[in-house]
Design a protein around this ligand. Sequence first.
Ligand code: UDP
Length: 246
Amino acid sequence: MPNARFKRIMLKVGGESLIGEREYGIDPRAAMTVAEQIKKIHDEGVEIAVVIGGGNIFRGMAGEKNGIDRATADYMGMLATVMNALALQDALEKIGVPTRVQSALEMPSVAERFIRRRAIRHMEKGRVVILAAGTGVPYVTTDTGASLHALELHCDVFMKATKVDGIYDKDPVQNPDAKRFKTLSFADAISMPGVEVMDTAALAMSSDNNMPVMVFELFKDNNLEKAIQGEDIGTYVSNDVKTEFA
Ligand code: UDP
């Protein structure tokens, strides 16, 4: 891994990455595609913690809109992430990548509870640690969980894999003239109207503690490998860069 820029990464994978051709839920083939991307960098010796979202099954805010108490709905969302974690574990182990699932909500029959030093040890031993249930508390999302875990597990970078190839100045789906940022300062990420990176709690935590964030498209050719090698893909958000378009 002579050129690799990052030794230990936090990879946030949105639940929607597991939908595949379906409208909802988990398509095992999509889980396998995600697993194959992860395997490539695992084979290069990168230490990997994965935080998986739950948006393909249940989001707390949607539940609240339908009349469920927000905290209850958020716990339901966290449970959704546990299902996704197990699906990703299954896919990774089928292609020979050793894993452990740790959950921020205790669920001893299916996952270890999150124990920071044990998670680090797993990564040192070459296991991919899949972190379920986000932070374990409501009113935030798995982005905040990923930000928090990236810091406490001493990851070099927080990589947010999405369906879009970076951060744009406005929604690229609605606006064909939207421009992608190559680099973005945290200050601009937080303050620029129209710029959506992740929830504010996650952004503020990453900014306050100098954890750089890379946003890129997971399903594009070897993007994860390229990101690890430090190639200019997606958008790099940090306190140390000036905002520039690609
Ligand atoms: N959630 C929560 N606390 C956390 C992480 C997640 O309450 O620390 C809940 C929240 O309701 C969220 C849902 O779990 O909407 C699923 O996570 P998220 O929306 O982040 O999934 P993604 O969009 O990444 O698929």
